[in-house]
Design a protein around this ligand. Structure first.
Ligand SMILES: *Cc1c(COP(=O)(O)O)cnc(C)c1O
Length: 466
């Protein structure tokens, strides 16, 4: 499979290079040159397969030319063998039509493990045959940092430097990162906000002297391999509920538009997806874009679902690329306008095309708490605030009664136990496999929010040959 940039000016890459590269050189994001296509028979053949077998069948066309079936299977077995549930991503029925797809059975209790556990192994596999040492730099407000650190700890030829805002992540989130003592893991507490940390990462990627010295890579969802790994569970869930002979709807708690874009890819590949519901909290840029064509940024309002507190959804560009008829030049011009004015008006024809599959909803704090209580009282399930936003959107969607609606459960409730307790009166406890978090030794370095401090720290700590 070949990969092209959404802005049309960067070199075409194979799967191996696209995995090791973050952003395309022209500022765009990489997407497959063509969407692979599955027939009804291909989908029927997935019935009864294990998660790993489903993963191999679904990802095979995307890695063609870079990995054999056998290599892909070995990586999937290693990545998903670390999940605590035999089904990896089990479906839980809530009532006659609503289901949860539990994506939080990985090592750090958030859905980001599904993609990052595989990405860590892909990095190691592709670096093995190269004379390259990868330096991963990222900023996190919580979930991404711990999932990326768990996935990369101890891997050869990779260093990970993860910046979090000092004192502004929860104790559980911080300890999930700082108790990982592998020598290639470098936790940095920045004296500043999450935005300061993110700005420092951007500055590092833009610094010529720095990028010439180190091969930098990203682990956020601009990385294509992350999205690819998420396509699998849409197939896995839909086949269990009757695909290809029955269409299924999905409701997705959305931040950077990565997870729901993977659902869109599944639909483009032929999976009968009746609807993709883009569920946002009060940071509703995506709801405004899809319902009114207004893709314009505002100020971020902090909520109880912090992984969805975003201003700009990077992966939305991948959908805009298709809506622009895959015309990279036209999209590059639209994105230049957006970067200059922080606003983009989506023409009515494109909005209608998107509406053929996407629906959207904005759920406020009351709607979120109500959904947590409903799940607890009516179905005996404790759900986290992000999942609750997805479930509230699913319950308010206007869909034929016979269509099952699957809400993606993106985090374990114990990661957000205060908010869960406020809404339901019940305090979920951390699963035994992450027990001991509060007894373990922590290691991190506190640095001022300056690029000089970061650069000096990387130079001192990186295992990379300087
Ligand atoms: C990252 C995250 C999301 C948002 O996913 P996107 O792919 O950014 O849309 C939702 N819920 C949780 C718990 C997350 O960690």
């Amino acid at each position: 499979m070949r990969y092209i940039s959404t802005r049309g000016q960067a070199p075409t890459l194979d799967f191996e290079d696209v995995t090791l590269t973050g952003l395309a050189a022209d500022g765009g994001l990489y997407v497959p040159e063509v969407w692979p296509s599955f027939t009804a028979e291909d989908i029927r053949a997935l019935a009864g397969l294990s998660y790993v077998d489903t993963a191999v069948a679904v990802m095979r066309p995307f890695v063609a030319g870079s990995l054999s079936d056998e290599e892909l299977r070995d990586l999937c077995e290693a990545a998903y063998g670390r999940f605590s549930h035999a089904a990896v991503t089990p479906l839980v029925q809530l009532d006659a039509r609503h289901f949860l797809l539990e994506l939080f059975h990985g090592p750090t209790l958030a859905f980001k493990d599904v993609a990052l556990q595989l990405l860590g192994l892909l990095f190691e596999r592709f670096l093995k045959c190269r004379d390259t040492h990868l330096t991963v730099i990222g900023a996190t407000s919580g979930d991404t940092g711990s999932a990326a650190i768990d996935a990369l700890a101890g891997r050869e030829k990779v260093d990970i430097f993860m910046l979090h805002p000092l004192g502004r992540v929860s104790d559980v989130q911080r300890r999930q990162m700082t108790t990982v003592l592998a020598p290639n893991v470098h936790n940095i507490a920045i004296e500043g906000s999450f935005d300061d940390a993110q700005a420092l990462v951007k500055a590092a990627f833009a610094d010529r002297e720095f990028t010439q010295r180190y091969t930098l890579s990203a682990v956020n969802s601009i990385n294509w391999a992350r999205l690819m790994a998420q396509i699998v569970y849409y197939f896995y869930a839909a086949v269990r509920l009757g695909a290809p002979d029955r269409a299924v709807a999905f409701s997705v708690p959305t931040g950077n538009f990565g997870d729901v874009f993977a659902g869109y890819v599944a639909a483009r590949m032929g999976l009968p997806v009746a609807r993709l519901i883009v569920a946002t909290n009060v940071n509703d840029i995506l709801h405004r874009a899809l319902s009114a064509g207004d893709y314009s940024t505002g100020i971020v309002t902090p909520t109880a679902a912090p992984s969805m507190d975003i201003q700009v959804s990077s992966n939305f560009e991948r959908l805009l690329f298709d809506l622009h008829g895959r015309d990279g030049a036209a999209l590059a011009e639209a994105m230049r306008g957006f970067e200059a004015t922080r606003a983009l008006a989506i023409p009515a024809a494109m909005r209608q095309e998107a509406a053929a599959i996407f629906d959207s909803a904005r759920i406020d704090a009351d709607g979120m708490a109500l959904a947590m209580r409903w799940a607890c009282q009516e179905a005996g399930e404790i759900i986290d605030p992000h999942t609750a936003i997805g479930l509230a959107a699913a319950r308010s969607a206007d869909l034929p009664r016979e269509i099952p609606v699957v809400t993606l459960a993106t985090a374990h409730p114990a990661k957000f136990s205060d908010a869960v307790e406020r809404a339901t009166g019940q305090r979920p406890s951390l699963p035994a496999r992450v027990g001991g978090l509060f007894e373990r030794e922590e290691r991190y370095t506190t640095l001022p929010a300056t690029l000089e401090a970061i650069k000096a720290h990387v130079a001192e700590r990186s295992v990379a040959p300087a």
